[in-house]
Design a protein. Structure first.
Length: 310
């Protein structure tokens, strides 16, 4: 008998194969697919009901034929990364108190890991689909020792390594970081981005105001936070101000879950090489939603099993 877990894992691929067959798409042996998850929002919030004809994709500048597009809700592998530098202690207590609201968007089958960082990073709890246990783990963040620097990118890279070893490749992947606006340089933005492209992970940031970040004349991001904004943009994530962190976190999870999955045939290339991707609405889609904003990763790394260049 086939286990329910195996059915759930392979069902998206079965559905994709059936949909492509119904559209008379012909593949040669050895052709791989690229999947790009896209978030589309307008002035009134998320835009739903788009089809493959509403998108256009360029790979290294060349237009690609969109083979299939869906907005099916996929199970999530999420890693929550909490800034526990000294400036974040008051905000973290407020966030822990709102954990129940924040985690209410999670669904059965989702998995969550929890980690914290300052000048280093530590795993508090590995991937877990017991959401009550996850909520309890988030509550333990307030008990860690606060202080030290804010090395955002090195912590994100450590979290990416954990994904590479423990994440389910059939799930949608995201790192959600909770921090203020005062990070320090700690890693190369380019290397972190390529690492995240390799495992198809998006980075989302919740910028939580703290007394130290409420500077006269408005916020002034530190260099480390500016690098985080760049990584988020290149991996297809978003960064938002989180005066109400519980509700902001919940809404962010909802947007991640409702992203479109867009598939096209991977062009031939050298395994391990990175390629640039640009996703936008097509003329048809833009005519319907001229104000739409599209968030999607801006590249990927060709896997070892991909077709080689000729």
């Amino acid at each position: 008998m086939i286990s329910p877990r195996r059915v759930r894992r392979w069902l998206p691929l079965f559905l994709l194969a059936a949909a492509l067959a119904a559209q008379d798409v012909l593949f040669r042996a050895g052709v791989s697919l690229v999947r790009v998850d896209a978030q589309v929002t307008g002035n009134a919030g998320g835009i739903n009901g788009l089809h493959k004809e509403d998108f256009e994709i360029r790979d290294n500048g060349d237009p690609q034929r969109v083979l299939y597009c869906s907005q099916d809700e996929q199970p999530l592998d999420i890693l929550l990364l909490f800034d526990t530098s000294g400036s974040m202690e008051p905000a973290m207590r407020r966030l822990a108190a709102s954990a129940h609201t924040a985690l209410s968007e999670l669904r059965q089958g989702d998995r969550v890991a929890v980690a914290n960082f300052n000048a280093d990073a530590w795993l508090i709890g590995g991937f877990n689909d017991d959401l009550a246990a996850v909520e309890a783990t988030v509550g333990r963040v307030v008990d860690v020792r606060f202080g030290g620097g804010t090395h955002i990118l090195s912590a994100v890279d450590r979290a990416t390594e954990y994904f590479g070893k423990h994440a389910d490749p059939e799930r949608r992947h995201a790192i959600l970081i909770f921090t203020d606006d005062d990070g320090q340089p700690s890693a190369s933005e380019k290397s972190v981005v390529n690492h995240m492209w390799q495992f198809d992970i998006l980075l989302c940031g919740l910028i939580i105001p703290t007394p130290m970040s409420q500077r006269p004349g408005g916020a002034s991001f530190g260099r480390g936070t500016e690098d985080m904004l760049g990584v988020a943009a290149k991996t297809g994530g978003e960064t938002v101000d989180a005066d109400d962190p519980g509700h902001t976190f919940r809404d962010m999870l909802r947007r991640i879950r409702r992203r479109y999955s867009i598939y096209y045939a991977m062009p031939a290339g050298k395994a391990g090489a990175s390629r640039r991707v640009a996703v936008d609405l097509s003329a048809q889609g833009r005519n319907r939603y001229p104000e739409a904003q599209v968030l999607a990763r801006k590249g990927y790394v060709i896997p070892r099993s991909a077709p080689a260049s000729q």
